[in-house]
Design a protein around this ligand. Structure first.
Ligand SMILES: [Zn+2]
Length: 435
């Protein structure tokens, strides 16, 4: 700091930026000294020659041990009483538990910042941001480890929530007039060992990705002047993981309960045509209104029009326009009749047409769009698709990224927590448990 001041005196020019950073760094040092004093102002967690190890055994006091802990201010040294339990065969350090630094050299404040940047961007970018924004210097690998550990902790919390919800012990905290559950999936690039024995769309026939499933819950209270549905501001929360539909079903069910499922006037499940989505709807949300995303249905017709007729031809356009009109009106039987009349010569086109007929037949009750609109409901799954892009795509599908399922799931949990506005809540519940 003194050098920055001296330079400024010598040249007569302000270099405010250099001065700010120099001052921040010395404030941090001063703060670090104060903090270190505070942290060592007690007996270091000494509780007599013998304490309970936490598993009901006596642990003997061995000695005081020092540990360097990186805090938001500076690195500090803290002295802690170290106990040893013969039965567990491990050390017990009450002071570490008290300070929330068990098995880590990073203070909770630093870990919180690491989790914040690690959830936002690549771990290396996170490291750079930490240095620039907070003057905290750590290794990229540390950002990764801490972020993943936090994600796993969040997952354990949500596991407890799931158990409560599934055993009927969780109460919906707010009434929601219309509660939407939107589901979607997207491929996340993984390391080769995570796709062993799985076939994929790659030309080599090998899978390079695993499907991450994402579910979001949002509410709607009103429609606008034109009768279009309006999503309640900041009402969207997310859950997701690379896991089976069965597991995701329980996950989204618990989230829906937490968000007011049992007190909702209407429950709506929206998704594309993927069968797993409707499986979850049948199992966990019986009686819910099921809606196939209108835009996916439109795309099916548009693709077919291009295959059956010459692309961009007048006939192709006319045919498509007529079908879209039927679709919008929810007259799916009319769409199916028109599809049956096509009778293409080409085998591939025949095959595609047959599949389209199945798709519209199977989903016809989920495509009564005119009726849904009359009820003022959303007919698109744009919310969850945007969620797939922001929560999963922007963080996990960047070029050069290859995840383990465990690592990806930790970061998905971390991001879902942050994007659902539950990050603060997570840290509060941690300090309650520790305190
Ligand atoms: Zn023990």
């Amino acid at each position: 700091m003194t050098r920055a001041l001296r330079d400024q005196e010598k040249t007569g020019h302000w270099d405010l930026e250099a001065l700010e950073l120099a001052l921040r760094s010395s404030m941090h040092s001063i703060g670090g000294v104060l903090l270190e004093k505070l942290m060592n102002s007690d007996v270091g967690g000494y509780g007599g020659p013998r304490i309970d190890c936490g598993q009901g055994h006596p642990a003997e006091f061995v000695e005081y041990r020092r540990k360097e802990v990186l805090t938001v201010l500076a690195g500090v040294e803290v002295e802690r009483a170290y106990y040893y339990c013969q039965v567990c065969g491990g050390g017990v350090i009450p002071k570490d538990q008290e300070l929330d630094i068990v098995g880590t050299c990073f203070s909770p404040g630093v870990r919180r910042l690491m989790g914040r940047v690690g959830g936002k961007d690549s771990f290396d970018q996170g490291r750079k941001d930490l240095e620039e924004l907070a003057g905290i210097m750590v290794k990229t690998k540390a950002v990764e480890r801490v972020s993943e550990a936090l994600g796993e902790q969040i997952e354990r919390t949500s596991q407890r929530e799931r158990e409560l919800a599934l055993s009927g012990k969780m109460v919906s905290f707010q009434p929601a007039p219309l509660l939407y559950i939107a589901l979607d999936g997207t491929g996340v690039p993984v390391v080769p060992r995570e796709t062993e024995g799985r076939s994929g769309k790659d030309p080599t026939g090998k899978a390079k990705t695993r499907e991450a499933k994402l579910g979001c819950v949002f509410t709607q209270t009103k429609v606008d002047d034109q009768g279009h549905p309006v999503r309640d501001p900041a009402s969207t929360t997310y859950v997701g993981a690379i896991e089976t539909a069965e597991a995701l079903g329980r996950r989204i069910y618990a989230e829906a309960i937490r968000r007011g499922l049992t007190r909702a006037a209407k429950v709506i499940v929206i998704g594309d045509g993927a069968p797993w989505i409707w499986g979850i709807a049948e199992e966990h949300f019986p009686g819910a209104i099921q809606i196939v995303d209108l835009y996916h249905a439109r795309e099916h017709l548009a693709n077919l029009a291009k295959m059956v007729y010459e692309a961009d031809s007048v006939r192709s356009k006319q045919w498509l326009a007529a079908r879209l009109e039927e679709l919008d009106a929810g007259e799916i039987e009319a769409v199916v009749t028109s599809l049956r009349r096509l009778r293409p010569q080409d085998r591939t086109v025949q095959d595609r047409t047959g599949k389209a007929i199945d798709y519209f037949q199977t989903n016809r009750q989920r495509m009564r769009y005119a009726d849904f609109r009359r009820q003022g409901l959303f007919v698109g799954s744009g919310v969850v698709e945007a969620g797939c892009k922001t929560i999963l795509g922007q963080r996990l599908k960047r070029s050069g990224m290859h995840w383990t399922v465990r690592g990806a799931n930790a970061i998905i949990a971390l991001r879902c927590c942050q994007m659902s506005g539950r990050w603060e809540e997570f840290w509060e519940s941690r300090s309650v448990r520790n305190g």
